[in-house]
Design a protein around this ligand. Structure first.
Ligand code: NAP
Length: 342
């Protein structure tokens, strides 16, 4: 695929989004994070029309999830949605959310790691001390997905199905500034360097969202090499959509620029959500394993991600991320040992 200029991204946007796939999810359990807003909410509604046994609406608060469930029920008639709380800026909240999920769910067929944030160019540390976009968009979803692996694996085994772990990435991974940064990669600890206040100048924070989406796709690629064939991790591009994502860029020239772009060629969140549905139920399992999908097909990732430096970044950030997650939740070392190939 190579890299892509901004103009090429716009030209692709204007081609239009393929129609949504329809499937039958009878008996299956689907979980969507960030399901109260934008693309995640629209994806949840699409899933609701496919009759899953359970649809878990994961939001930062139960109240938000309950509001979302009311709307889903009003718009689709679906009655089996259930709320779950998850605050990705807190490892403790992620651990608690999964503890609850493993108590209440007996299977998990489709996990959609959709929630993410763009904080603009402000340095905001989380309660765990990480730069917010790094934790909420990358480390947090990785912890959440890995903690859910025993349930996903049990689902594959006991029901002879192939569950999917769907991670929402972005076309921004193809942008020319779509790299982790040679200086951060040369540092003893890349993730800690990326997160440190000194490193996070406004120029770095300008590309942090892009980096967080690169980390999403690297996570999926690495998982695919370590998971058995009966679990499919996949990352996807929903396209440039009108949603709540740019709400932190409310003022000034940038807000105007984004507004103009949204008016000119932005997809609706519903159109973007079709790509979550494709990654969750479309294509062939083995073609989608570890793949990046866009416009309902598998796309080769960026030149940088395929370069020696990109491959090194994938390995290094994976190793460092596991060290962080091992500390964040004591269940992780055993999960890695039991469910990922050595
Ligand atoms: N919109 C685009 O053009 C575009 C393009 C490419 C990729 N994406 C990706 O699409 C996904 C969905 O984004 P969206 O565009 O639909 O934006 P959105 O409308 O802002 O939705 C983001 C969702 O993530 C949740 N979230 C944010 N911070 C969280 C936290 N700390 N803990 C738990 N949940 C949190 C939000 O909850 P609250 O409502 O409570 O904040 C919301 O439900 C993201 O992964 C984004 O990177 C979007």
């Amino acid at each position: 695929m190579g890299n892509r200029t901004f103009q090429e991204m716009i030209d692709e946007q204007k081609k239009g989004m393929p129609p949504v796939l329809k499937g039958d999810l009878t008996g299956k359990t689907v979980m969507v994070t960030g399901a109260n807003s934008g693309i995640g909410f629209e994806a949840a509604k699409h899933f609701a029309t496919m009759n899953p046994a359970r649809l878990v609406i994961v939001c930062r608060t139960i109240a938000k999830a309950q509001d979302s469930i009311k709307q889903i029920q009003a718009e689709t008639g679906y009655k089996n949605a259930e709320p779950m709380a998850l605050e990705l800026s807190s490892f403790r909240s992620i651990s608690e959310s999964v503890t609850q999920a493993t108590k209440t769910l007996d299977r998990l067929d489709i996990l959609v790691e959709n929630a993410a944030v763009s904080t603009g160019y402000e340095y905001i540390p989380t309660e765990d001390g990480w730069e917010t976009m790094l934790q909420v968009n990358s480390l947090g979803p990785a912890l959440h997905a890995l903690l859910l692996l025993p349930l996903i694996s049990k689902t594959a085994r006991e029901h002879s199905v192939v569950p999917r772990i769907v991670v929402v990435s972005s076309e921004v991974i193809f942008f020319p500034d779509g790299t982790i940064g040679s200086d951060a990669l040369a540092a003893v600890n890349t993730l800690q360097t990326l997160s440190s206040k000194e490193y996070c100048t406004p120029e770095i924070l300008r590309i942090r969202y892009v980096q967080s989406k690169i980390l999403n796709t690297m996570f999926v690629r690495k998982l695919a090499t370590l998971l058995p064939d009966n679990i499919v991790p996949v990352s996807l591009n929903p396209g440039f959509c009108v949603s709540g994502l740019r709400r932190k860029h409310e003022n000034g020239d940038e807000a105007e620029r984004f507004k103009k772009m949204e008016d000119e060629f932005g997809y609706t969140s519903e159109e973007g959500s079709r790509q979550i549905i494709y990654a969750a139920i479309g294509g062939k399992d083995q073609e989608l394993r570890g793949a990046f999908t866009s416009y309902s097909q598998v796309l080769e990732i960026s030149d940088w991600m395929l370069s020696d430096e990109g491959k090194k970044a994938e390995e290094k950030t994976w190793t460092e991320m596991l060290e962080v997650l091992n500390q964040a939740d004591e269940r992780i070392p055993q999960i890695v040992k039991e469910f990922l190939k050595a």
